[in-house]
Ligand binder design. Structure first.
Ligand SMILES: Cc1cc2nc3c(=O)[nH]c(=O)nc-3n(C[C@H](O)[C@H](O)[C@H](O)COP(=O)(O)OP(=O)(O)OC[C@H]3O[C@@H](n4cnc5c(N)ncnc54)[C@H](O)[C@@H]3O)c2cc1C
Length: 385
């Protein structure tokens, strides 16, 4: 490890946000004659999640291309549906985190100015000459700038009251049962139990898929319910099967992160990733956004100008309204999402959820939604919750 020398950049956390930022600093030639240390407390970090996202092109990013396990060109909204819809020019991509971590590190390890330190950052001190990070083994490293995807020690943990929780199982069938060009998004044909719950089916081959139950709610998804729902879905294929592995997770659905954590009192500490509010509150997607934000931060490293990321007021308003409905009337979530999905072409849904639609396109999207429900909750808006 580098001794007590001052370095230029410290990144805390080698997850999606930390690695994307390191990659973009490397690609943007920000590390010529500059030193970066990436601190990660979990040296064993591996296949801890899968990332899915849509993109309207062939992605155009070598790290993504080398990490993608599968992508789909068609969508359906029900496992039992015989028909599917083309999502062209989009594709929906699937990346196993272990493949991304490995590919990112393979690229980053080529740069002698980047070092990985597998220790936790336990404390920090703001000094006149930089931010001094103290690791779990007592090492002290002075950094000119620190980018953090970790709350602690820079912030206290936020109080989040609304979550996306999910539990999935990867299943392998003994015969071909899937059309692996097509994935199932938000199948609401499962018991709602007074909440907003749905199923994803992500076939990575004709015989193998990740099947996941997701809940939007104040309480976590009932794991027993998720297991039973997945088994029931699997049995409809009428073929021998075995479960290979599973994935569980929890993603904050809150606008609070951006409003409270997108800056730090010491402007040399720059939050990134989940901490900074990079995950869209109403969908839980954030992987590609972290790549996009990393590009902007890398440009900031060259210009010296770092602006906190702020969601556009228009999309923040939409997200807040939808979150209010999901919190106050979770049983209506099914109606909202099925109206959206069945009433709007998938390409327009993806564009809208990517916050790239014009206000006129938004009006088209809204025309498919239960308008009175939205109007009713307009008056109940409680910002920053
Ligand atoms: C199971 C799961 C599935 C998801 N699937 C999708 C998806 O399909 N599509 C999508 O767009 N988004 C998805 N997300 C949301 C989001 O993209 C991910 O959560 C993403 O991994 C967040 O990246 P991050 O870098 O902010 O946080 P993390 O990946 O959690 O990285 C933070 C890192 O910091 C380390 N760390 C924490 N504290 C310290 C410390 N003090 N010192 C040193 N290291 C520290 C942690 O060990 C961790 O490695 C998913 C989230 C989860 C949890």
């Amino acid at each position: 490890m580098t001794s007590n020398n001052k370095i230029d950049y410290g990144i805390v956390g080698a997850g999606a946000a930390g690695l994307w930022l390191a990659l973009e600093l490397d690609r943007g030639n920000c590390l010529t004659n500059r030193k970066l240390i990436i601190f990660e407390e979990n040296a064993q970090k591996g296949d801890d999640r899968t990332w899915c996202f849509w993109s309207p092109d062939d992605v155009g990013d070598s790290v993504i291309k080398n990490s993608v396990s599968h992508s789909w060109s068609r969508v359906s909204y029900s496992c039992s549906a015989k028909n599917s819809i083309s999502i062209s020019p989009y594709r929906y991509y699937y990346i196993r985190s272990s493949d991304f971590y490995e590919e990112a590190k393979r690229v980053l390890n080529k740069n002698p100015n980047i070092e990985f330190v597998y220790e936790s950052v336990e404390d920090y001190t703001s000094t006149d000459v930089g931010i001094e990070l103290k690791t779990g083994t007592g090492q002290k490293i002075m950094c000119e700038k620190v980018f953090t995807s970790a709350f602690k020690p820079f912030y206290s943990l936020p109080q989040i009251h609304f979550w996306q929780t999910f539990a999935g199982r990867r299943v392998k069938f003994e015969k071909e049962v899937f059309d692996n060009r097509c994935f199932t998004l938000m199948d609401f044909g499962i018991p709602q139990g007074g909440a907003t719950q749905f199923l994803y089916v992500l076939p990575t081959s004709k015989t193998e898929a990740l099947i996941e139950v997701t809940k939007f709610g104040k309480e976590d998804l009932d794991r027993e319910f998720a297991s039973q729902t997945i088994e029931k879905a699997v049995k409809t294929f009428d073929a021998g099967y075995r479960f290979i592995d599973e994935e569980t997770g929890k993603i904050p659905m809150s606008l609070k992160l951006e409003s409270e954590f997108s800056t730090h009192p010491d402007a040399r500490i720059i939050p990134i990733g989940t901490v900074s509010g990079a995950i869209k509150a109403t969908t839980g997607y954030g992987f590609l956004e972290m790549r996009n934000r990393a590009k902007v931060i890398a440009q900031g490293c060259i210009s010296g100008n770092f602006q906190p990321f702020r969601q556009s007021a228009r999309f923040k308003f939409y997200d807040q309204l939808l979150l209010t409905i999901l919190k106050e009337e979770p049983q209506r979530g099914k109606e909202v999402f099925t109206s959206l999905l069945y009433g709007t072409p998938p390409q327009k849904v993806f564009k809208f959820l990517s916050e790239k639609t014009s206000i006129f396109e938004d009006l088209h999207v809204f025309s498919s939604l239960p308008v009175t429900l939205f109007l009713k909750h307009l008056v109940k808006l409680n910002w920053n919750k």
